[in-house]
Design a protein around this ligand. Structure first.
Ligand code: ATP
Ligand code: MG
Length: 390
């Protein structure tokens, strides 16, 4: 008896003429996610994929596959030749594992994909159910709320399994273009990146750091966060932009109450330039209305005016606790709350302007005489780190 992983894909099954493209990208992403595992083979069968690999790797493979967007569900199935003796034998082995305590309820859910198989699906349900009831005296049938279901699929072989593990759904990353995620060390931006990747968008990361005001450890934290996001989005190129000189100049020349906002606008400008150079079509931020002074509607409008690219803010209407729930789900929360300084928290004005007007902000920015050179220099000195899933 061989054990395989059965993968069902969700929404992409509906993608009409593009279906083959979506499927090919999903297969590529599945292979990437299993890169560290040896000797795996992936095969397409009617609306599913089958993965063959060493039995000891199955658990690790399932953990990785649970994070691949585009997968609807996963089952670890036992495969045998499709004759009744073999099927009965495997059914017994799987049932034995599920039986616990005095009484266990179950049902059989057979599906005959191969019309040449001599029994229909209901006949097979009855036959196998009857056989198992005889073999295991503690079993009882409950077709509505069974404790376990024995699934039997008759195709070119017989596939038997008792568990359907939910996948992440969404669309395969790479089918939806590329966007640049402005990633801080905080809670919100990794969640924002994850949410957009879920719709098939490839990510690049842009992080601004202000060495020596922010430490190497703060940068490492961002790398760690990106590795966690990459477990879902696949490999990410992270651009680490030296931002100290620009921040110091803002501090020196611009009115203090606008400093955070002006800093945010230069982040948007630089991120847009890096995005365009690297084929990304939009920016992503973790902004959420009202969270801080720079996220009032007025401030967001002024920030937005710094770029021509669409800016996606998937957590814009979410409460912090709902964002934290997702951060926990994707395992970024514990890293995000590590106490290393972020460049936004260093030069914070005492009384930030919460209802800024663009014309005043532009006037303040005009005091930065060398800003174009400073932007070019920051971009020229940007460090590029390739982030692999962890
Ligand atoms: P987060 O939890 O994502 O840090 P926040 O609530 O702390 O968000 P801000 O610090 O105002 O909010 O930042 C708003 C958004 O600006 C962040 O979600 C992120 O997209 C971007 N951002 C902030 N700081 C940086 C940085 N150092 N590098 C890159 N992007 C940043
Ligand atoms: Mg922050």
């Amino acid at each position: 008896m061989e054990k395989i992983i059965l993968i069902r894909y969700g929404e992409i099954g509906l993608k009409g003429l593009n279906k083959h493209y979506f499927i090919d990208v999903l297969i590529r992403n599945i292979k990437d996610s299993l890169k560290s595992l040896k000797n795996k083979k992936i095969e397409k069968i009617q609306g599913r994929f089958i993965i063959r690999l060493a039995e000891e790797d199955i658990h690790r493979a399932c953990e990785a596959l649970k994070k691949v967007f585009g997968i609807a569900s996963i089952s670890v199935a036992s495969v045998v030749e499709k004759d009744l003796e073999n099927i009965k034998e495997v059914a017994e082995i799987l049932t034995e594992k599920e039986c616990r305590g005095d009484e266990t309820t179950f049902k059989v859910n057979a599906r005959r994909g191969d019309k040449n198989f001599p029994m229909t699906s209901p006949e097979l349900n009855g036959y196998l159910g009857g056989h198992l009831l005889k073999t295991f005296p503690n079993l009882k049938v409950d077709v509505h709320e069974p404790q376990f279901t024995l699934f039997v699929e008759i195709r070119e072989k017989a596939y038997l399994y008792t568990e359907i593990i939910p996948g992440k759904n969404g669309l395969p990353v790479g089918t939806g273009g590329k966007a640049a995620l402005l990633i801080s060390g905080g809670i919100d931006s990794p969640v924002a990146g994850y949410m957009i990747a879920q719709r098939g968008v490839e990510l690049m990361g842009v992080h601004f750091h202000s060495y020596p005001y922010t430490s190497e450890r703060a940068k490492d934290k961002v790398v760690k966060l990106m590795e966690k996001v990459a477990a879902y989005s696949g490999r990410i190129k992270l651009f680490v932009v030296p931002f100290t000189d620009i921040q110091l100049a803002i501090g020196e020349f611009c009115e203090e109450k606008y400093s955070t906002l002006i800093m945010r606008r230069y982040m948007m400008k630089i991120a847009s330039e890096l995005a365009v150079k690297n084929g990304a079509l939009a920016l992503i931020t973790g902004e959420s209305i009202g969270q801080v002074a720079s996220q009032t509607l007025e401030s967001l409008a002024v920030t937005n005016a710094a770029t021509d690219l669409p800016v996606f803010r998937p957590v814009i209407g979410m409460d912090k606790h709902a964002i934290i729930d997702i951060a926990n789900e994707i395992d970024t929360f514990e890293t995000s709350i590590l106490p290393y300084e972020d460049c936004c928290t260093i030069f914070v004005p005492k009384h930030p302007q919460t209802k800024p007007k663009l014309e005043y902000v532009l006037k303040e920015e005009s005091k930065l005489k060398d800003i174009d050179e400073m932007i070019s220099e920051a971009i020229d000195n940007t460090e590029i780190i390739t982030i692999y899933p962890k």
